[in-house]
Design a binder for this molecule. Sequence first.
Ligand code: NAD
Length: 260
Amino acid sequence: MFERFLVGKTAIVTGSNSGIGLGVAQRLARAGADIVLNSFTDRPEDHDLAARLAADHGVVVRYIQADMSRGDECRALIDKAGGCDILVNNAGIQHVAPIPDFPVDKWDAIIAINLSSAFHTTAAALPQMRKAGWGRIVNIASAHGLTASPYKSAYVAAKHGIVGLTKVTGLETAREPITCNAVCPGYVLTPLVEAQIPDTMKEYGMTRDEVIQNVMLQRQPSKDFATIEQLGDTVVFLCSESAAQITGTTISVDGGWTAL
Ligand code: NAD
């Protein structure tokens, strides 16, 4: 699908040294886009990842370190990239606790990384997209941007917030060849989700399989995880001309979760 139609475009994917972000970056590279990978770390393996991606797909790939919890670094990431045709706001973290016990520093970090970062990168990217006369913004939200779960106050608030920001960005760019949409995944087996499994096993006295089937996929009618590849394909579709009239909206990749 959509082979190499993004040659000559530059895509910046925040939080892309693992999980969904890396998978989306790989899929965009397969479609021919030059890539900027990002995270808050600056390890040799981050730069190796960029070199491997470039070699695999014959595109230019750079790794730019920037902490998405800081507005100035979000904006600097876009400036350092020297061009931004496609922006994928993907960086995200999670913490689970009842509201009275929810650590304030965790609340602040989740809102900053999962929501405010997208405001800052979008503000910095839109002038570049307007200058180039084309742009695509894809915000990786969540089924938790449309529904709620107890103990995930900051995550649910941030993801609902990014769905709202997506609508406003879509409206502010509606008369231009720029679109902004949110992709709302259900559960995808990434490092972020893997990290939740041991605690849940302990809390409920369940096996790994029981946690996956009875807790995680309990809300997902398909009873299966969405895959990173399916999310990459969805982002690439949103970057295509077929999706030029899709803006300010959400696409759920959640096995029916939000239909319930
Ligand atoms: P992940 O932990 O594999 O990836 C998160 C990425 O964000 C990593 O690359 C990490 O380095 C980066 N990151 C974290 N803090 C950062 C910071 N301060 N600055 C820059 N980068 C930072 O998790 P994932 O599951 O791939 O999550 C990616 C996105 O998808 C998140 O926004 C998450 O909320 C969303 N999502 C995931 C699922 C799922 O089931 N995995 C479901 C719905 C939504």
